[in-house]
Ligand binder design. Sequence first.
Ligand SMILES: Nc1ncnc2c1ncn2[C@@H]1O[C@H](COP(=O)(O)OP(=O)(O)OP(=O)(O)O)[C@@H](O)[C@H]1O
Ligand SMILES: [Mg+2]
Length: 315
Amino acid sequence: MVSGVSAPVKVANETGTVVAMPSPAATSIHVDGVSMCYPLAKKKQRTVLENISLEIEDGEFVVLLGETGCGKSTLLRMILGQERPTSGKVYVSGKAVERVDARSGYVPQKYSLFPDRTVLDNLTMGPETSKYHILGRLMPGFRSFRKQVRKEAMRQLEHMGLRPTDAGKYPHQLSGGMQQRVAIAQALMMKNRVLLMDEAFSALDPATRASLQRLLKTVWNESKPTIVFVTHNTAEALYLGTRLIVLARSSHEDHCGSKVALDMKLPGNEAGMSLKKNGQEFLDLVDYVERFSRGNRHDDQALDESAVDGEEEAV
Ligand SMILES: Nc1ncnc2c1ncn2[C@@H]1O[C@H](COP(=O)(O)OP(=O)(O)OP(=O)(O)O)[C@@H](O)[C@H]1O
Ligand SMILES: [Mg+2]
């Protein structure tokens, strides 16, 4: 066992997984026996996710890992309500998710801003349209509401390290890193308790990525939203998360979907785990997690320390 990190709370086996149930009041996201199949040619179908059950508590920072094509984005889209599972159900704050759910903020890898609107309009549009429909904007309260929303948008911009002058710019006038800062600010404007992020930093250069990781950690430390963050980068996952979930398929047969292969608590402290701070323990953990990602290890044997190659990049 890797020291300083709690044991996996559940590991998949051929009979499925057992989930420790928190009290309903503390549950933010409940994924209940969800499977997802996509049709293939000749009336065949491919199972992408197979009977996934998860209880995510309010304020958890869940990092979701797994090989490409294992269904991470599909699971995120189901929590958002963009896709309906073939079977099973998803609940957010106790309510079934039936369609795109305004209670969840969503930050994709890139291109989430409206290109023909300024940064300020991108930030204010969500709160304005959710509270006032087009005719409602003629009502007397709208002007003061709008002023308030604009003030909050400027505050969020500053919080994200952007300048007031950036408010009037269009997305194409910003770098990729700045656009992602605006996208995070856009999601935070809605004051959602749930934030879903799909490889939100993977298109960025390492320095920008590191600064956004620190920023997100600060945001989480301040208001403890529930975050589900999809990444391919194990080091990023260990730095950010309070809980790490790996999806993996046990076989590449079409009828075998991904299951939860590893679900473990992380220290989740303000500093996060990194090679610099945690040294060999960090490398051991990266190796341990990546074996599950590859789907080639489903037991709980002691780690083979000789397998650590030491080449994993720090966050
Ligand atoms: N609308 C769809 N119709 C058919 N197949 C789909 C659809 N959406 C996803 N898939 C398939 O489901 C599988 C899982 O896709 P998904 O995008 O969720 O994987 P992922 O884990 O996010 O991968 P990556 O790490 O590359 O982003 C893939 O094989 C993909 O081709
Ligand atoms: Mg994906």
